[in-house]
Write a protein that binds this ligand. Sequence first.
Ligand code: PLP
Length: 388
Amino acid sequence: SFEQSRLLKSLPKQFFASLVQKVNSVRAEGHDVINLGQGNPDHPTPQHIVESLKLAADHPENHKYPPFQGKIELKRAAANFYLREYGVHLDPENEIAILFGGKAGLVELPQCLLNPGDTMLVPDPGYPDYWSGAALAKVHMEMMPLTEENDFLPSFDNIPKETANKAKMMILNYPNNPTGAVATEEFFQQTVKYASAHDICVVHDFAYGGIGFDGKKPVSFLQVKGAKETGVEIYTFSKTYNMAGWRVAFAAGNASVIEAINLMQDHMYVSLFGAVQDAAAEALLGSQKAAETINAMYEKRRDVFISSLREIGWEVRSPQGSFFAWLKVPKGYTSEEFTDLLLEKAYVAVAPGIGFGEYGEGYVRVGLLTSEERLREATLRIKELDIF
Ligand code: PLP
């Protein structure tokens, strides 16, 4: 056998792998586990998008190498989508890059723009793949705490001047995984002001852009004046259109960043299967009814779940977007202890907050990724533990 490289060994542990193992071992004992730990949408892709893939798969043009840097038709569709949804003008040739899923884009970006030893600002708690991107680029992460008191938005005033001056990139993510918080336009205005004053490239992860509650559409970073000069937004099809398995996303915004992404990808891939790109264009341009239904489904689940948790006496905050609820762990438990307790005694799997960073301690993340009945059932099982 061969030894792994130092680089590979230096990467952070993928904590979801151990969560899956734990869930599997409890299942192997014959228990019916309600798995709310992972972020996998539980419904199929809307049929018209699947049909569009089937047709496109028959097309011989799609059997050849796709064009380097992706199909212009998909880039045009992305530009149309941003104009229609957010009133944002984008040049399809120079301001859109097609990605193999949002994850690949987020992991590649630090390597595209930063040098080893550079500093990158990362939200804590946050999506763990940001750490992988930093580790692969050998850059230093400075954490921006997201606290309940500040509505889970970073406070730029609390970033030391020295850090701000060193930082070259900042990752933001709203609607937020794991906290379910959303950002306001004012917050993004502040972000643009702060980032441009310190010459920081903003990378806004808009993975949950299609999932916002209470009639409030999640704000795109690019909606704000000056955003295009300041950074890019990553939009994925995984959540809005239940297309997690398709591995398709795009980056939009600053032309120099898009050029860097495209150049990096020229070294790594040709582009996605052309038929996937055609169907992704259909998702953006075709009927949005299914996307609206998906959004409404998560909202309904949120309502049911949050109210039933409150009924059993768990004081919880209601998420405003994404499909996660971020719940405070009762006193006397760490997030891991509480996760283990729920799994072993109630057969309910959640994700421990510590898996998302130091500031995640004291919370667990619950995915609204099963039916209302199963969410209610999970609450009843938790009630039986007689903790609240
Ligand atoms: N960003 C966040 C915050 C996520 O939760 C996810 C998926 O779970 C992604 C990005 C990546 O999405 P994908 O790679 O499926 O496009």
